[in-house]
Design a protein around this ligand. Structure first.
Ligand SMILES: *Cc1c(COP(=O)(O)O)cnc(C)c1O
Length: 365
């Protein structure tokens, strides 16, 4: 049996006639930037996320960077980030000229440990930037309480958490803003790059829109030095077709995750612990093993594709040498990077495939 990590084509095949029709409609409209398709999707996604506004953007990294810019983050400022995340979270901060201040995760939730945030804050801290890593919501209650106390803003990296819930409410309406990615492999993915931001703050939404459009509200009148980052109508049209299926797709991911959790209990891997007040979107299913590389090789031999998220934590990347962090600076993030392995998961994976993955891991000595 072959088990691919994730075949993004399956979502297209499931909805092919509707998607083909929507893309053809976008092409036929003659509007290839902004327009009705984008406005419609923004409205539907804002409704879904439980916020007043959604702004479509070019990709998830831009969504993070532009929102930080719109929040006033610039040179000399500090932003609290997880020590274990995809590098985009940090890149958004350094692209604003600000300094990422890493905080270690809680080993159970794998998300930024709210108990460690306060000691990392200084008078320069402008924003706390939690990531809902692997699809499981970060501890938004304590994070928002601390942010309110200290008078700082909260931007969430929701790139892996479309449809996830914290205390019953979907990710979107908790902090000041959420940055989203619609990269093809995300839970809600376009047919190319795409991104966006949701917020309840009308002024923040307006600033984001302006920055993303050359810093201009009125054509050829530029208020700020903006950039060009917009969600394309073709992608908006496709995303609007997929959005009504997101909850069902996430539920199917949840079934695979539940199966894995049950059947991997007494094996050599540690499985993630769902938190009582969270519903994960199960973007990824990470397991942890001291013999990760051997397990990775064994699964590959058996036709099972797995990936590592992520093999090198941002502070150990060559790109961030200039920040001056040594090996050992963030031991929890480093240990996770050495032991993590993501198992195949997705809305079109079958329980037979999950069973085969579990049997293969159970027989790994
Ligand atoms: C995918 C991802 C991003 C970046 O999104 P792009 O659309 O690829 O730019 C940012 N943060 C996290 C946690 C991600 O998984």
């Amino acid at each position: 049996m072959k088990v691919p990590f994730l075949d993004v084509r399956n979502a297209y095949l499931e909805l092919k006639p509707e998607l083909d029709q929507a893309v053809a409609r976008a092409l036929d409209s003659g509007w290839y930037i902004f327009g009705e398709e984008v406005a419609q999707f923004e409205k539907s996604f804002a409704d879904y996320a439980g916020t007043r506004f959604a702004v479509g953007l070019g990709n998830g990294l831009d969504a993070l960077r532009i929102t930080l810019m719109a929040m006033g983050v610039s040179e000399g400022d500090e932003v609290i980030v997880p020590s274990n995340t995809y590098i985009a979270t940090w890149l958004a901060v350094t692209q604003c000229g600000a300094r990422p201040v890493p905080v270690e995760p809680d080993v159970d939730t794998l998300n930024i440990d709210p108990r460690r945030i306060e000691q990392a804050m200084t008078s320069k801290t402008k924003v706390i930037l939690p990531v809902h890593l692997y699809g499981q919501p970060a501890a938004m209650g304590p994070i928002l309480e601390l942010a309110r106390d200290k008078g700082v803003q909260v931007l969430e990296d929701g790139a892996q958490a479309h449809g996830a819930r914290y205390r019953g409410k979907r990710i979107g309406g908790h902090g000041d803003a959420v940055a989203w990615s619609f990269y093809p492999g995300k839970n809600l993915g376009a047919f190319g790059d795409g991104g966006g931001v949701t917020t309840n703050d009308p002024e923040l939404a307006e600033r984001i829109r302006t920055i993303a459009n050359y810093g201009s509200k009125v054509k050829y009148v530029n208020e700020v030095c903006g950039l060009n980052s917009r969600l394309d109508p073709i992608h908006a049209a496709a995303l609007a077709v997929k959005l009504p299926f997101l909850d069902e797709w996430n539920a199917r991911r949840g079934e695979i995750a539940a199966y894995y959790r049950k059947h991997l209990q007494d094996t050599c891997v540690r499985v993630p612990t769902p938190q009582p007040d969270c519903t994960s979107s199960w973007h990824l299913f990470p397991v942890f093993s001291q013999r990760r590389d051997a397990l990775h090789a064994r699964l590959k031999e058996a036709g099972i594709e797995t990936l590592i998220h992520y093999p090198i934590p941002p502070h150990m990347q060559q790109a961030y040498q200039f920040l001056g962090f040594e090996k050992g600076a963030f031991p929890i993030a480093e240990a996770l990077a050495e032991t993590e392995l993501s198992l195949p998961i997705g809305p079109h994976m079958t329980l037979d495939q999950a069973a085969y993955v579990c049997e293969t891991i159970a027989s790994f000595q």
